[in-house]
Design a protein around this ligand. Sequence first.
Ligand SMILES: [Zn+2]
Length: 494
Amino acid sequence: MFQRNELIDQKNLVEGFAPLSQGVLDTMQSLQCRAVLICLLIFPTHLCFGASPLDRLAEAVRFKTVSSQNSAEIDYEAFQGLNEFLARTYPRTFDQLEVEYINTHSILLRWLGSDPEQNPVLFTAHTDVVPIEIGTEGDWQHPPFAGVIENNTLYGRGTLDDKQGVISLLEATETLLEEGFKPRRTLVFGFGHDEEIGGENGAAALAERMRELNLSFDWMVDEGGFVVSNTPLLPGRDLAMINVAEKGYVTLTLSTEAPGGHSSSPASTGAIGTLARALDRIESNPFDPKLVEPMRSALAMMSPEMSQPERFLFNNLWLFDRLIAGQMAKDSITQPMVRTTTALTMFNAGVKENVIPQRAEAKVNFRLLPGDTVEELIATITDIVDDPTVNISNDRWSDRPGVADANGDGFAVISAATSAVYPDALIIPSLLQATTDTRHYVNLAKDQYRFHGNSVTTEQARSVHGTNEYISRDSFNNAISVARGMVKGAGKGR
Ligand SMILES: [Zn+2]
């Protein structure tokens, strides 16, 4: 099914196909309809509608592989169903590569290279998605798991984060195998199934298995960056943001205890008031903005594209970095790029309206700039709270990848694959504000990059984890072309 109905989409793959005339397209479309009808008589439905890459992504979206904090709510049959669909839909990949399922649902694929002297390269993505916030289902233009394509746009949870990552890599491997491509160095693909809840059973276990296999990667590429239009930094030009670093993730728990008792005879202060005042101090004292790598390099690279006076300022970061960081901190989109952010996320106290609680607890989530440490964070917050009755402890944090080399072999391969598809985009090294599974591979890969080759608008990027997540056909086809370029470029070796 895979090759036969590939025709329509191949015209969109930016790899030298001449545009087809409308007449030819119409004929092909009617042939495709007939092919689907014949197919339906012979095969199960799902095989017959997997007609184009976007249709296959739509099918993947229909499996409700939702990661829930409460593991009892996770539908593992959906994960099983998705994995069976992938194996069936990409038969060359699953026949010719070494395939292992880790913790049943995560997928490890190894495409063995011809030159054992070369270090392998790792490509990662994840098959799970976040839930739909209760009460927002009706806000979607199409139901989030229906996989509806309307006007060449596919709507659904996972269309950006991150089923498109999995499917674009599999589309790339399948077509490269079909063309007889043979990598010189080994290419490894790791698809985790629980990225959205920390990756402990997925990416962490995949990494463990990779260590057992003695795999050590020259570089890896995970989800995280896109080709973005309309950024406030450079509105007139598409930016291919290849993330070379990501922010750290730390949650602090603050708690306080007080006598409590009957609400008819309250003390002058209670647990809720004490904790609320501490939280107010934290919120009113954000971390100072500053320009660190990779943002410094990114801004310097953008400066020739800017008009005066910005060009002058960005060209002289040694003098104006504090001024620029201060300006960027005023914009909600650029703010996270220049500071360790503070978000008050949970507050729990009280069980009944006429009972004064004996304990109040809150959680504050911080995203650290490269270079800022957890120890410094705790010391700063303890100073700001300045109240010994408030207990501060850290919930969790994990190894953070360092800043990858923006002049390295991996960056060059990703850049070449991207500029072949987006000749007008400006490629910059960038800082990912969220966290990814990448951190589980910290000690396995020398350089870690995060990038997918689809294009999004700044507004569309906000639909990740939100409402109306979507991807257009052109954007997805571009992602596949970039994935092919990356896989091929990596496979050629050094
Ligand atoms: Zn993701």
